[in-house]
Design a protein around this ligand. Structure first.
Ligand SMILES: [Zn+2]
Ligand SMILES: [Zn+2]
Length: 344
């Protein structure tokens, strides 16, 4: 067993291979079957809030069938645009949590419906269809960025109930907020600190180290690297990084977006080849909108398969227990095959 720390991302993990042998410790969690009353299937457009963006067949009308990708406000938002403009100054003692440490939760919560077909994830789409989804991601991030009250946004995808998905039909979500969450700010501060001390981006250095080591690399192209992080919190966790320094996902070219969609689909196809139908999240992590200098930060996509659950130790300590060393995970993903030692 090994305790691994990631000083940049602020993560600690106990890599404990023996635990994979425990009953259920490595069982893929089931994902929902088709929902006959799916609000995201064509013909149900009237059941969602009005569309913010749609890629449509010529001649089709808004909020009616004929779309390929459709973006709508979340019907049950966690955060919303309202009349209250957040106050930058928080009153009271900010070193402890007290009732004054509160701001209106101004923001945007959108749903990107990725296909009119009732499929479950990116692997159910073609490369061209997935590329269009990524164009929608980028356009909605740019729209959020145009609202100068919003500072931070993330796009994420939940596949399967154990990954937080309430609907099976393939979709992602965008959440944009008026402030940068504490944990994200702490990561940005550490990246800035590394850059100030070394004159280089910590993520660019990480890419160089990982390419030399090779053992955690799943897939590599001229533009992108897919690896299992040295401090992987979850079994078969993957991280996708642009090889060339780039801080803002919303600024990458259309060609790079199409290539990214292809490589992410390929990584998810590998995951499904190893595990079968599996619940997972992916998250696009990018710079806050108002970042002026971008030399210290590097966008990425994290892929988080949901094979294990967070239990008391993880909640209490913030430290994860991962039964699959990322070096073995990367080998399995490269071979597209579950290693014999994990078969039950
Ligand atoms: Zn559907
Ligand atoms: Zn970089």
């Amino acid at each position: 067993m090994e305790l691994r720390n990631d000083p940049l991302l602020g993560r600690s993990v106990i890599v404990a291979p023996g635990r994979a042998a425990r009953p259920h410790a490595f069982a893929p969690q089931s994902i929902a079957d088709a929902d006959p009353d799916c609000p995201f299937c064509p013909g149900s457009e009237h059941t969602t809030p009005g569309e913010l963006l749609a890629f449509r067949e010529v001649g089709s009308l808004p909020n009616s069938p004929g779309w390929r990708v459709r973006v709508v406000p979340n019907k049950y938002p966690a955060i919303a645009r309202n009349d209250v403009v957040p106050n930058d100054e928080i009153s009271g003692d900010t070193s402890i949590c007290e009732p004054d440490c509160v701001q209106p939760a101004y923001g945007a919560h959108e749903v990107i419906i990725e296909s009119q077909r009732h499929v479950e994830g990116l692997t159910g789409l073609s490369d061209d269809e997935a590329a269009e989804v990524f164009i929608a991601y980028q356009q909605r991030l740019q729209a959020a960025k145009a609202d100068d009250r919003l500072r931070y946004a993330t796009i994420f995808k939940n596949v399967g109930p154990s990954a937080g998905a309430s609907l099976a039909h393939t979709h992602s979500q965008l959440m944009a907020m008026s402030s940068v969450p504490r944990s994200a700010q702490a990561e940005l501060d550490r990246a800035r600190d590394y850059f100030d001390r070394n004159g280089r981006c910590a993520f660019c250095d990480l890419i160089e180290r990982e390419r030399k080591a090779g053992v955690r690399i799943v897939e590599e192209t001229d533009e992108l690297l897919v690896l299992c992080p040295y401090v992987s919190r979850l079994p078969l966790e993957m991280c996708l990084l642009p090889r060339k320094h780039s801080a803002q996902f919303e600024q990458i070219s259309a060609e790079s977006l199409a290539h990214l969609a292809h490589v992410l689909r390929s990584a998810l196809t590998r995951l499904e080849a190893v595990l079968g139908r599996v619940a997972y999240n992916y998250i696009i992590v990018t710079s806050p909108f108002d970042t002026l200098s971008t030399g210290h930060y590097h966008w990425r996509i994290e892929v988080l398969p949901r094979l294990t659950t967070m239990a008391g130790f993880e909640w209490g300590s913030g430290c994860y227990i991962n039964p699959v060393p990322p070096e073995e995970a990367a080998a399995m993903l490269r071979r597209r095959q579950l290693a014999a030692s994990f078969r039950r």
